[in-house]
Design a binder for this molecule. Structure first.
Ligand code: SF4
Length: 310
């Protein structure tokens, strides 16, 4: 851990400040993409926990609308701190699951903001199985100008669990996706969910081991949440799914953190679904509370991030 970070794990905001010399804030952009798990190429209806509205509007927006979203977001973060930088974050759905011309259209206003020194990082969320060569070439070109992070969902390292939750990609496809991003000069952020049905505590450990083996530079992790209007909500109402209480989550999160690489940056350690969209769990601990609980748990164990990395 660096001197600036006294926690026994590597957190996002201090790392950003150390690396970029100032605070960097995300501006989430909705490009109105879709995903192969919704349009029938891989599946219909999406992953069982995915809430359509929570993941995006589904309305195909124009490049101009991206420009407007970016402009609004830049004003918002400037009000927070007039000396901050911006991470342009293409968040919803699978942003490389589009025509090349559409990605070009989406990136155009972002590149103008890069020219103007307003955007310092581009982060683009997608699936590991929706990374055509042309998209990696295009992002690689962008990465000559600013760091480009590709956010890829692993969720679980267990293919049976992935099948059950209807992700419809495998852990091997995740590994291959990360490898191809790295070969293209892109950074990766791997996502995991702890507490997926059938994954258990061992699953939390295996997910961290796989994210470490993949060498993702960043990691996002949260506990399973049951959102309204999802298939998971039905399973939960039928009593087929349990969610983790805060103490269990933190204990599994500690197992997870111990198995990461020491220098992987934890971009997120909690979920942020609003209470009105969430059926379970109903506990609402702010990320500072989870951070403190995780630090206390690792302290009690006498371990730090990466202690059990093999
Ligand atoms: S979680 Fe991602 S991959 Fe799954 S249905 Fe939602 S947008 Fe598609």
């Amino acid at each position: 851990m660096s001197a600036a970070n006294t926690l026994p794990f590597r957190t996002f905001a201090p790392w950003l400040r150390e690396t970029f010399g100032r605070p960097m804030y995300r501006v989430a952009l909705d490009a109105g993409s879709t995903c192969p798990n919704r349009d029938g190429s891989r599946g219909f209806g999406g992953c069982v926990y995915c809430d359509v509205e929570g993941s995006g509007t589904g309305a195909l927006r124009t490049g101009k609308e991206i420009a407007r979203q970016l402009e609004t977001g830049l004003k918002r973060i400037a009000r927070r701190d007039d000396d901050c930088g911006c991470i342009a974050y293409l968040q919803s759905y699978s942003n490389t699951y589009v025509e090349a011309s559409r990605l070009e259209e989406v990136l155009a206003p972002i590149e103008i903001a890069i020219d103007e020194g307003q955007v310092g990082i581009v982060s683009i969320a997608t699936r590991p199985d929706t990374l055509p060569d042309w998209s990696l070439d295009r992002l690689s070109k962008l990465a000559e100008r600013v760091p480009v992070w590709v956010e890829l969902g692993l969720e679980s390292a267990n293919d049976e669990v992935l099948e059950k939750i209807k992700r419809y990609h495998t852990a091997a496809e995740f590994m291959e996706g990360v490898e191809r991003c790295h070969a293209a000069g892109l950074k990766t952020v791997g996502h995991a969910i702890l507490g997926l049905p059938g994954d258990g505590r061992d699953g939390a450990r295996k997910s961290a081991e796989l994210l470490a083996a993949a060498g993702c530079e960043g990691v996002k992790v949260h506990n399973l949440m049951v959102l309204r209007k999802t298939e998971l909500a039905k399973w939960w109402r039928d009593g087929d799914v349990e969610v983790l209480d805060p103490e269990t989550y933190v204990s599994w999160l500690a197992d997870f953190t111990e198995r990461l690489l020491p220098d992987q940056v934890l971009h997120r350690i909690t979920g942020d679904a609003p209470l009105e969209e969430r059926l379970a769990p109903r506990w609402d601990l702010y990320k500072n509370a989870i951070r403190e609980m995780l630090a206390a748990e690792l302290g009690k164990r006498g371990t730090v991030q990466g202690s059990l990395h093999v």
